[in-house]
Design a protein. Structure first.
Length: 499
């Protein structure tokens, strides 16, 4: 069974003079010599080094106290989530799943072997508790794929104890700097090994800034592709907000294809958009019910005890399908499916060979502004239609449609922001506020629909439906407040946009 831990560490260059004396570091009572251990690790990647490009590390290591398979995902500078699995001859199935969005049909191959002699010290406080582990590693690197280079170096690594205060690492670093030790230029041993053992290749030079309308649109699409791929492992691990983040990225990309149909050929992007809609729908199956359940539970907690009649909380739990944490087998099946992987391949192919339309090569100002204004015009028409309607189903539908177009306008403005600057930024801000307001209304509509269904089921079971009525009335009032606030909110937006 794989285990996950948060790894917080810093690496330093060493001149092979040994570990500095750290007994004077604030908070350190004892420096315990743990001796030297021999580590032998083989690192795996695709032939084109997709994992390394994403700062992901996959290795099989023998020696030391944590021999086995290690998979590391970057979190922030000096911070990684490390997943460990027992030593075996083949890649653990869980690791294969977590890497699938990046690896897909490619083969994972041994790329580098690192053998290290690790001299370890433990830094303990006055109670004998571990503060951090510091080691000096004498490393020998051997290229196994794409060349036969080798390298060797010595480095110092300081890893914070589980649950420790990252500020302690600053104290250790202060002492190390006084001893002449400097931070490493490489983020990891693997990164340094790949760099120092790689065959010499021409320098591709710096990436060029976006120039044309297509450059800006493709940059935004690329960012959403990256977000989907990077969020995939978190979704599989049921990380908080991961499903929502992936779903938003799919919607952003699909919306961008629609908004900028004069830049990217719709004949190519529409089929991809259909698949993005499918993925967003699959991600929403559990997510929508989860959000609605949380809303109804919060509302129930606010109802006075004297107005609660019947097993409302229990029925809500059964409706929501409450279960222990962990991504559903259905959702993991979606992420393992050929359809999902084919979608990722299709997006990669589009980015590699964009289906450019006539306006793609033009300067971005006019092209992007026209697209954003067109989307904003649709929002304007729908808001005005909703305000002209009487409260009821027709107005609810109009507000929901306005919300969808509001999100589309927001995403179009996000894509245009690097080119258009402050006006696009202001529009993003306005559309986000409007989206939140209209979203509250739609959530109320869905909550009332669910409450009607639950009350009918409760009544058929001989239970009191009174409290469902109380909750329904409160949701109705929340919708009324949104509708009352909408004219003023829209007037403010129109003024900000100069309409």
């Amino acid at each position: 069974m794989a285990e996950t831990k948060r790894e917080i560490e810093r690496k330093y260059e060493s001149d092979e003079s040994g570990l500095p004396d750290l007994t004077g570091v604030a908070g350190v009572e004892t420096v315990l010599d743990k001796g030297v251990m021999e580590l032998d690790a083989t690192y795996y990647d695709t032939a084109d080094e997709r994992l390394a490009a994403s700062s992901i590390t996959l290795r099989r290591r023998t020696g030391g106290s944590d021999a086995g398979w290690h998979l590391k995902f970057p979190v922030a500078q000096g911070v990684r989530d490390e997943i460990q699995a027992p030593l075996s001859d083949t890649l653990p199935d869980e690791f294969a799943g977590l890497l699938r969005s990046r690896v897909r049909n490619a083969e994972l191959l041994p790329v580098v072997r690192l053998r290290s002699a690790r001299d370890v010290r433990e830094l303990l406080d006055t109670e004998g508790s571990l503060l951090a582990e510091i080691s000096e590693d004498a490393v020998q690197a051997e290229r196994l794929l794409g060349g036969d280079g080798s390298a060797q170096w010595t480095e110092i690594e300081v890893e914070l104890a589980d649950g420790g205060d990252p500020a302690f690492l600053d104290k250790v670093e202060k002492r190390l700097r006084k001893a002449g030790v400097r931070p490493s230029k490489s983020a990891s041993k693997l990164a340094r090994a790949l760099a120092e053992t790689a065959p010499k290749r021409p320098d591709p030079g710096p990436l060029e800034d976006p120039v044309t309308a297509a450059d800006h649109v493709l940059a935004y699409v690329r960012a959403q592709r990256d977000a989907i791929v990077e969020t995939d492992p978190a979704v599989r691990q049921d990380a908080e907000d991961s499903v929502h983040s992936m779903r938003v990225a799919t919607r952003r990309m699909r919306s961008t294809f629609k908004s900028y149909g004069k830049v990217l050929d719709r004949a190519v992007t529409d089929p991809i958009g259909d698949e993005l809609k499918w993925l967003a729908g699959e991600l929403g199956v559990d997510r929508d019910r989860e959000v609605l359940n949380e809303r109804l539970r919060t509302a129930l907690d606010e109802v006075p005890h004297t107005l609660v009649s019947g097993p409302i909380a229990e029925r809500l739990s059964r409706w929501a399908g409450d279960k222990p944490g962990g991504a559903s087998a259905r959702l993991i099946g979606v992420l393992d499916s050929h359809r999902y992987l084919a979608l990722l391949d299709a997006v990669d192919a589009l980015l590699a060979d964009p289906p450019l339309s006539k306006a793609a090569g033009k300067q971005p100002g006019k092209v992007l502004t026209k697209a954003v204004r067109k989307d904003f015009g649709k929002v304007t028409a729908l808001i005005e239609q909703a305000l002209d309607l009487e409260p009821g189903t027709d107005r609810d539908i109009a507000i929901h449609e306005a919300r969808k177009k509001t999100k589309r306008t927001r995403y179009a403005a996000e894509a245009a922001h690097p080119a258009l600057g402050k006006p696009a930024k202001e529009l993003v801000k306005s559309m986000k506020a409007l989206q939140n307001l209209l979203g509250e209304h739609q959530d109320s509509v869905m909550a009332r629909q669910t409450l009607r269904e639950l009350s009918a089921v409760a009544h058929a079971a001989g239970e009191s439906a009174f409290t469902y009525g109380v909750l329904y009335g409160r949701e109705e009032r929340r919708a009324e407040l949104v509708e009352a606030a909408l004219p003023k909110e829209w007037e403010t937006i129109e003024q900000a946009m100069g309409v």
